[in-house]
Design a protein around this ligand. Structure first.
Ligand code: HEC
Ligand code: HEC
Ligand code: HEC
Length: 284
């Protein structure tokens, strides 16, 4: 009798847990995070993006193996299959915990088919091997790129002791001050805020070259300078509508475009690297 109580109680307990998890499934996402061993194959721990380059080789080798199997070119097929073998195995050498994700038996049968000049067999093996590529990618590709390759703004300073983030808030205040003053007919204040904004945009522009070394990014760009000029004129003599249009254009050119690249990627990177504590998880 006691045992049945116990089992029924356990059953109810499991049901309640399952219910709670199900109820919250739309409020939290579970993402698999890549092994930290990967860091050594990326900048700054490594001089080169070794992991990524191994991947580019694999894609090229898969294509070449397929091509030479289709054209039944024994010599070239052998060369590329050997390279594919090496770089596929390198995945497990670089990150040992990913060894178990590799489809070694398909890799061996691919090699055997190459040796036996069984071209149909080679093509079938390539297709199967591709599934092992796809399965790892669907879990880890995007998060790895974000974790190790999205530019990091967390330690950037505009000038000593002025973190990037504080400078952003300042720019945002200036943009809004222009808007408020324009709406309320305080054109002197609007213009002096615009002067401040221009100065602080130039300051921001000086940090682009920290990372953009070869591809010279000029900020403010010529296009932005034209908009700044037009905004200055409309603040002096234009209508409220013209002022609003110029300010809107400036916000897109000078803020939103960069946010589309950098803030989006950096924000996601930060979100993903946030350690969620057990209490956080339980709260969800
Ligand atoms: C065990 C995991 C794993 C396996 C297996 C794997 N990859 Fe990858 N691959 C990754 C990760 C992680 C990335 C993301 C790297 C990055 O963007 O920095 C990636 C990225 C790539 C990219 C770059 C994509 C792009 O355009 O930016 C290519 C190409 C690629 N892999 C090809 C392959 C091929 C071909 C295979 C199979 C022969 C394969 N990979 C097997 C983990 C794997
Ligand atoms: C922390 C490093 C870093 C800083 C600082 C930085 N960038 Fe970038 N930016 C990159 C990298 C790396 C890319 C290449 C794309 C990627 O991987 O996100 C890029 C890409 C871009 C792109 C999109 C692609 C292109 O080349 O058109 C724009 C636009 C851009 N940056 C603008 C800026 C501006 C403007 C500044 C300065 C206000 C700036 N970035 C500062 C690292 C940086
Ligand atoms: C380098 C490209 C870049 C440009 C150009 C840029 N931003 Fe940003 N902005 C960022 C990044 C990256 C973040 C996220 C910083 C962080 O979270 O630490 C950000 C964050 C912000 C934030 C949020 C700050 C906070 O407290 O979290 C505001 C507000 C902002 N930007 C306003 C602006 C305005 C206004 C402009 C145009 C005048 C502008 N930004 C131009 C990259 C840029």
């Amino acid at each position: 009798m006691r045992w049945t109580y116990f089992i029924v109680l356990q059953f109810i307990f499991i049901l309640v847990i399952a219910g709670i998890v199900y109820k919250h499934k739309d409020k939290a996402v579970i993402i698999k995070t890549p092994p930290t061993d990967l860091a050594q194959w990326y900048k700054p721990e490594n001089k080169r993006q070794v992991w990524l380059h191994n991947m580019f080789k694999l894609r090229r080798e898969m294509q070449a193996v397929q091509f030479y199997a289709e054209t039944k070119d024994k010599e070239h097929l052998r060369k590329w299959a050997l390279a594919l073998n090496e770089h596929y195995l390198k995945i497990g050498e670089m990150v040992s915990s990913w060894n178990k994700k590799l489809d070694i038996s398909t890799l061996s049968s691919l090699q055997a088919n190459v040796d036996n000049q069984d071209y149909t067999g080679v093509l079938a093996a390539v297709k199967t091997l591709q599934k092992s590529c796809d399965s790892c990618h669907s879990d880890y590709q995007a998060i790895t790129a974000l974790t190790y390759r999205a530019p990091d703004f967390s330690t950037l300073e505009i000038e000593p002791l002025v973190p990037f983030n504080s400078h952003m808030e300042k720019l945002s205040k200036q943009v809004n001050q222009i808007k408020i003053a324009s709406e309320d007919g305080m054109s002197d204040l609007a213009i002096s805020s615009l002067v401040d904004l221009k100065k602080d945009m130039s300051k921001l522009g000086q940090v682009c070259s920290d990372c953009h070394k070869k591809d010279k990014v000029s900020y403010p760009s010529e296009q932005m300078n034209n908009t700044l000029l037009s905004l200055e004129n409309s603040l002096k003599t234009g209508t409220l509508k013209e002022q609003g249009m110029d300010l809107g254009t400036l916000a897109v050119q000078a803020c939103a475009r960069c946010h589309g690249t950098h803030r989006l990627a950096f924000g996601t990177k930060v979100l993903l690297s946030k350690d969620s504590s057990l209490t956080d998880l339980l709260k969800h």
